[in-house]
Design a binder for this molecule. Sequence first.
Ligand code: GLU
Length: 483
Amino acid sequence: MNVQSQVRVRFAPSPTGHLHVGGARSAIFNWLYARNRSGVFILRIEDTDRERSSETMVQGILEGMAWLGIGPDEGPHFQSRAQSLHVENARKLLDEGKAYRCYCTTEELKEHRTRTAGSGKPGPTCPGGCRSLVEPDDGRPFAVRFAVPPGEIAWDDLIHGDTRFDGETLEDFVILRSDGTPTYMLSVVSDDASQRITDVIRGDDHISNTPKQILLYQALAYPVPRFGHMPLILGEDKKRLSKRHGAVSVLQYRDEGFLPEAMFNFLALLGWSPGDDRQQIDRSTLVSEFSLSGIGKAGAVFDRAKLEWLNGRYVNDLTLHDFETAVQPGLEAAGLWSDDLRTGRKDWFRKLLLILQPRCRTLADFPAQAVRMLDPADDFDYDEKAARKHLKGDLLRDNMVELAGRLEVLENWRPDLLEMVFRTLAEERDISAGKLIHPVRLAVTGSGSSPGLFEVLELLGRDRTLTRLERLVELLTKRPAPL
Ligand code: GLU
């Protein structure tokens, strides 16, 4: 076992795809573990599949990690640049008789596999019996296979506890392909060893690779690191998380208006628990409380509704200044930004931010909710369902006309006075205040829901309120309710 005292962990993505939530969670667990143990978090880009790897993906991974605030302490190291070490290790194993040349062709191996499949017992690794060949390399192409020794391979998994594999069930796996390139199995061990990784923490999907890797460590006389395998992330249907469930790039969540701290918190709780039911936990608390023993053995379900809820809490906790900074890009993209929101209309805009902030689950909710206040156009559509529900009754038009008249002459355009106008009229007409409030909300926002109507009207101002109310009256005149 490894005797090094400082924890060194790594995140080792292949740049053949985006940094999706599964990868990001692995990175976060490693990062938290390193921070908790005052260790080192290393990034290694496993780019040996030259055809499927791309520089764009590497940049995306770095960008996603930076967004989540988990930049590496060391790296990125690029696996492809260490190939000579991997090849050297293969040679060493060959020289020591711990690996052998396999001359079987792909076709022969395929046929062999079909023939032995389903027999229940693993047959010899290859049909040529290459492991026991004594003839020297005669110039034919060959792959190098590791000669799996008999016996059991066991380790104390940091998450699953005692884990064992029978060596008899493992075939002599390839470590160097016939084109001379090292395989994942050899590269990952060579790199983990040369980067002095003490703890390999990765997904359960790698568990069957671990016995082979332990054998390689032993054969190469490297100290064996500790291993921990995290349960996979599942969709709500308990199937392995896929794109359909939300296994998309973390940057897509950024673009949808999620905050990095919320995403970080959410992913940290995906499979790990602090031991109680706290959900919103800040980064420094996560660092101090994180331990591998808090990771469950069963798959963790990705719950988008929870992510939205948690994000809403983080959005709500932003200072007004940070909230303003965070919503600006979305407003710009929606064509709703103008610089006077920071100057001439600063106080007005701050009020708008204040009333909408508690109602936003994501930053993307802000432009959608603020549009009627920021867009000067008055001829927007009403939400159909809300219109059907609230724009009805014989007296609606008349009530609206009367209300508009009273608002026109209201001395002070203040929420409390506005409310008084509504309540007084409702009392006089013996109707609930809602019969006035809901239609007016539709008239001024087009929507069936908004922050408190009187604050909305205050911000909208008298002129725009009356223009929009008149438009409703006109519509009701042309077409009796319900619209
Ligand atoms: N590059 C591998 C992957 O993306 C990870 C290797 C490892 O963690 O050992 O699945």
